[in-house]
Design a protein around this ligand. Structure first.
Ligand SMILES: [Zn+2]
Length: 96
């Protein structure tokens, strides 16, 4: 019961649009995103190249070839870099 109350209190005090755990991961993704090359491949479609390979992603479907975004619902570095290229706010995309 104490654990549940602590969680409820944490939720009541939360002022961000996403969970603190996801917000903690975003700076790492942002750092990785800076090392990637992003190419526009059509409306909401991007191709992201990095050291390990090439990934295609579709922003409006929230999918990426690496499957991190699909499986966990958390932006992968590829999606983060594409959103930055598109000049969108990352937090707005997290709310979709
Ligand atoms: Zn990805």
């Amino acid at each position: 019961m104490i654990r549940f109350e602590k969680k409820k209190e944490c939720i009541r005090n939360c002022t961000t649009s996403t969970t603190p755990r996801i917000l903690k991961k975003l700076p790492k993704r942002s750092a990785k995103a800076r090392k990637m090359a992003i190419y526009y491949a059509g409306v909401n479609h991007y191709e992201v190249r990095e050291k390990l390979g090439t990934y295609t992603l579709v922003l409006n479907r929230s999918t990426c070839d690496c499957k991190v975004w699909d499986m966990f619902g958390i932006l992968c570095g590829h999606a983060y870099s594409a959103i930055q290229m598109k000049h969108d706010n990352v937090e707005c995309v997290l709310l979709l």
